[in-house]
Design a protein around this ligand. Structure first.
Ligand code: KG4
Ligand code: ZN
Length: 371
C-alpha cells in the first residue's frame, strides 16, 4: 500500500512498502561468513559473503578451529555491510534468520550467537533455518543485485518457482533428491550411500593436484578435456533407483592415477576431469529426471554448491527440454554458501509462524524438515 509517511529517507536509503517483510539473514555453517537482506522471500537487496577459502586452501580443506575464529572476526562487519548495501537500517528489518544446522558446530555458533544478540537487542523475531532448506530456497530468489536482476531461470521456465517441485540438492556434505511439497516441507526420495557429490569433486581434485575447493577447479579443467577419454563406472544402488553412490567412481579415478604413476604414463588432467565430471553429471541428471517423471512433477530445480557446475547445468537444461520439464537453477553465487538463500527460507518459515526462542542452539547434524 502507501509508502511509509512517518519517516524521511536518508540518502542511499530505499523506499519500502509497509507490508514488505525484510529478513536480515546470517550464515556461518562452514567457511563463508555471510549476511543478506531479503525482501518478501524473493528479492535479495544485499548479499555479502566473506569467504575464508584462501585461508583454508593451504591446509587442503576446511580447518574447523580456524573457521570459527575467522567467523568471529568477520561477522559484525559482514552484517553491517549487508544492511548498508541494502540501504536499510535495523529498524526496517522484520525478523532475523540464521542457519543453526547442519554444519561445523563452532562455526554455526558464531552466527547463532550474533543473530540472537541482534534479535534480542532490537526486539525482532528470531528464525532458525536449516542450511539445506536455504540451498533449496536459493531457487526462489528471482531478483538479485547486480548481475542477475529479474530471473534465475532459462526462458523456458516459469518465472516464479512455487512448490511442489522436485529438487536435486548437491553440496559438499549432502546429495539428496527431494520432493518439495510446500515451502519448508520435504520428502526425501533419494540420498547418497557414501560420498556427497561435492566431496567426490574435492577428493578427485586433491588426487590430481588441483587443490581446494575441488569442484570449481575440476569444472574449469574439464572445459579443455574430452569427456569420453576415460571410461569410469556408473554405479547403481540395487533396489533404490533414486540413491547415489560415488565412492566406486572415486576409487576408479584413484586407481587410474595410481596405474598411470606406476607405468610412468602422464595423466592428462583435463581428460580425467571431464570424464569424471561426465560420470557424476550423468548419475545426477538421470535420477533427477526419473524422479520428476515417475512422481509426476513438471518442475525440477537444483541447489547447493555443485549446482553451479557448468556441465551439470548444461546437461540439465538439455534433459529437461527433452522431457518437457521446467528447469530452475540459482545464479552461481546463490548456489554456494550465502545468506540470501537463508533469508528466502526464513521468510517462508516466518509466514508459517515459526519463531525460535533465546535458547536456539547450533545443531551440527540437524535433519532436513526438523524444526
Ligand atoms: O553448498 P556448498 O557451498 O557448501 C556445503 O553446504 O557443502 O558446496 C560446496 C561444494 C564443494 O564440495 C565444492 O567443491 C562444490 O560445492 N562446488 C562445485 C562447483 N562449485 C562448488 N562442484 C562442482 N562444480 C562447481 N563449479
Ligand atoms: Zn552449503
Amino acid at each position: 500500500m502507501g509508502r511509509r509517511a512517518d519517516r524521511q529517507n536518508k540518502p542511499g536509503e530505499r523506499d519500502m512498502e509497509e507490508k514488505d517483510i525484510l529478513i536480515l539473514a546470517i550464515e556461518s555453517s562452514c567457511d563463508e561468513t555471510a549476511a543478506a537482506v531479503v525482501r518478501n522471500g524473493r528479492e535479495a537487496l544485499s548479499n555479502v559473503i566473506a569467504s575464508q577459502i584462501a585461508l583454508h586452501t593451504q591446509f587442503g580443506g576446511v580447518v574447523p578451529e580456524i573457521a570459527s575464529r575467522k567467523h568471529i572476526e568477520q561477522i559484525n562487519q559482514v552484517i553491517t555491510g549487508a544492511l548498508t548495501e541494502a540501504g536499510v537500517s535495523l529498524s526496517d528489518i522484520t525478523a532475523i534468520g540464521v542457519t543453526y544446522g547442519p554444519g561445523l558446530v563452532g562455526a554455526l555458533l558464531v552466527g547463532v550467537a550474533a543473530a540472537k544478540a541482534i534479535a534480542y537487542a532490537a526486539k525482532k523475531p528470531l528464525i532458525g533455518v536449516h542450511h539445506i532448506e536455504g540451498h533449496v530456497a536459493a531457487n526462489f530468489i528471482t531478483s538479485y543485485p547486480g548481475q542477475l536482476s529479474g530471473r534465475s531461470a532459462p526462458a523456458s521456465a516459469k518465472p516464479k518457482l512455487e512448490p511442489p517441485f522436485v529438487c536435486l540438492i548437491v553440496s559438499g556434505g549432502h546429495t539428496h533428491l527431494v520432493i518439495v511439497k510446500d515451502y519448508g516441507e520435504f520428502e526425501i526420495i533419494g540420498r547418497t550411500r557414501d560420498d556427497a557429490a561435492g566431496e567426490a569433486f574435492d577428493k578427485v581434485a586433491r588426487a590430481v593436484g588441483l587443490g581446494y575447493p575441488g569442484g570449481p577447479k575440476v569444472d574449469q579443467a574439464a572445459r579443455d578435456g574430452n569427456p569420453h577419454a576415460i571410461k569410469f563406472p556408473r554405479a547403481k544402488v540395487e533396489g533404490a533407483p533414486y540413491d547415489f553412490s560415488f565412492s566406486g567412481l572415486k576409487s576408479a579415478v584413484l586407481n587410474h592415477i595410481n596405474h598411470a604413476k606406476m607405468t610412468g604414463e602422464a595423466i592428462h588432467v583435463p581428460d580425467l576431469a571431464a570424464s569424471f565430471q561426465k560420470a557424476v553429471v550423468e548419475a545426477l541428471v538421470n535420477r533427477a529426471i526419473l524422479a520428476a517423471k515417475e512422481y509426476g512433477y513438471d518442475k525440477l530445480a537444483i541447489a547447493g554448491g555443485v549446482a553451479s557446475n557448468s556441465a551439470l547445468r548444461a546437461a540439465m537444461i538439455e534433459a529437461c527440454e527433452k522431457n518437457h520439464l521446467y528447469f530452475y537453477y540459482p545464479a552461481p553465487i546463490l548456489c554456494t554458501d550465502n545468506a540470501a538463500m537463508i533469508g528466502a527460507a526464513a521468510y517462508y518459515e516466518y509466514q508459517k509462524g515459526i519463531r525460535h526462542g533465546w535458547d536456539l542452539n547450533a545443531v551440527p547434524n540437524l535433519k532436513l524438515g526438523e524444526r
